[in-house]
Design a protein around this ligand. Structure first.
Ligand SMILES: [Zn+2]
Length: 450
């Protein structure tokens, strides 16, 4: 009996592990959210402009302190992060004093894609002026081959030493983790670094898709039924908390070592992951599908009837995509029209009540409320979005040209009332988002004495 039980769990695990085949960016174009959420805070008035500094310059200057700092942070992660994959000892950052390979030593010590670009640039919002700066080609900023999602944004080059507003530095950093940082980090991603980083094989997502390998770093499933973890232990293998805490510590390190430019930019990195949490499709594997149903459709798949499982995966993937597209397109229009009364911009400037950041904030505060919201959000999407886009598993919504003007499509097919209902539901999420990122920022500035 016991063997049969074990066998069943093994089989179910195998099937559950193919549950998720797609990964997306979570909230899209984070600076359009973070900038309005933070810009009205009084602290900007008392802060000086900061001088842009190349990452390499920063590393060379901070190298003597960096070795010890990263060693301490690694020890902290091993002791405090519940599902942490320890960084292999041979990747530890060593202060060798050699500037030629310092970027590589740093990237591999923090286990990001060593090919990332991290140049000096600003990420402009829709109404921002280039102020005569040279517009940057996104291909020099990201490692992604498909740059379509960046073509709506204007990036401009800046030079080392240029004085910049801290919030603009934070904004530029805020979208960067979607520019290739977490790609190819798993042993089965066919990269040379993935085989030595110690994250094992990719827990979920299709390892053959260009950016799906970042999914386990931008998602975290902390609030599933116990039985689901038993059937799908891979659900725990996410590294969102690692990124949030590592970049939080790096930001604090930079500030306390008199490197404010990197203090703000690292804060932007960490804030990206902090912000991903309020997107409900990033904290639940299948929002709107009960535990029992997940197990049931997997059982059917196991018996050679995969249709129900395939359909559920396709629907969740489509709803995830549609929600993000609606958010980013509506938000871009609000920015373009300087519509500060738009519910999204109102929500970002009026967050829910503040909760102070602590070690359990990620799981017990942010992810918890986001997971709780997922069922309702899923219902809203089902009710108010066009049925072809969210309720037809034969459709891959990414292939539909009307996805590019989704707000208009919802209005035509479901009426203005549907647009309003979805807008309000997303705005409610953004009130939580705004609190989460403010709490994160405050904790760093307080700790660093900024
Ligand atoms: Zn993300």
């Amino acid at each position: 009996m016991k063997t049969l039980h074990k066998f069943l769990i093994l089989i179910l695990s195998l099937f559950l592990s193919v549950f998720f085949s797609i990964a997306v960016f979570a909230w899209s174009e984070h600076p359009m959210l973070a900038h309005p959420a933070l810009k009205g805070l009084p602290l900007w008035n008392r802060l000086d402009a900061v001088a842009a500094k190349n990452l390499k310059t920063f590393l060379v200057e901070a190298e003597p302190q960096l070795e010890q700092f990263l060693a301490q942070q690694e020890a902290w992660s091993r002791a405090n992060l519940p599902n942490y994959a320890p960084r292999p000892d041979e990747l530890a950052f060593k202060a060798t004093g050699n500037p030629d390979d310092i970027l590589y030593r740093f990237y591999t010590a923090i286990r990001v894609n060593p090919h990332i670009k991290v140049p000096l640039y600003l990420h402009l919002l829709p109404n921002d002026d280039t102020k005569g700066r040279t517009v940057a080609d996104p291909r020099h900023i990201t490692t992604l081959k498909d740059i379509s999602s960046m073509l709506n944004t204007t990036y401009v080059w800046i030079s080392e030493g240029e004085l910049l507003l801290p919030l603009d530095v934070l904004s530029a950093g805020n979208d960067e983790p979607d520019y290739g940082f977490d790609l190819g980090l798993f042993a089965d991603n066919n990269t040379d670094y993935g085989t030595v980083y110690g994250f094992g094989s990719q827990a979920f997502g299709n390892p053959n898709l260009e950016y799906s390998s970042q999914a386990p770093f931008h998602m975290g499933f902390y609030h599933e039924a116990k039985i689901l973890y038993k059937f799908g232990p891979f659900l725990k293998r996410t590294y969102l908390d690692y990124r949030i805490q590592l970049y939080r510590a790096m930001s604090e390190f930079a500030f306390t070592n008199n490197q404010p430019y990197w203090g703000w930019r690292f804060m932007g990195w960490g804030m990206h992951y902090m912000g991903d949490i309020s997107m409900p499709y990033h904290v639940k594997p299948l929002p709107g599908v009960s535990t029992l149903k997940m197990i049931w459709i997997n059982l059917k798949a196991m018996l050679g009837l995969p249709a129900a499982k395939d359909n559920a995966v396709q629907l969740v993937s489509n709803r995830h995509t549609v929600l993000e597209e609606f958010q980013v397109q509506a938000l871009r229009i609000a920015h373009q029209e300087s519509n500060w009364d738009h519910p999204f911009l109102q929500a970002l400037t009026n967050p829910i009540d503040h909760v102070t950041f602590s070690e359990n904030f990620i799981v017990d505060v942010a992810a918890k409320e986001s997971a709780q919201s997922s069922k309702n959000m899923d219902k809203y999407i089902e009710k108010y979005m066009p049925a072809t886009m969210v309720s037809d598993p034969a459709i891959e919504v990414d292939d539909l040209p009307e996805l590019d003007y989704i707000v208009q499509v919802v209005k035509e097919e479901k009426g203005q009332q549907a647009v309003d209902k979805i807008t309000v539901a997303i705005a409610e999420r953004l009130r939580f988002y705004s609190m989460h990122i403010r709490s994160y920022m405050t904790s760093i500035l307080d700790a660093a004495g900024v």
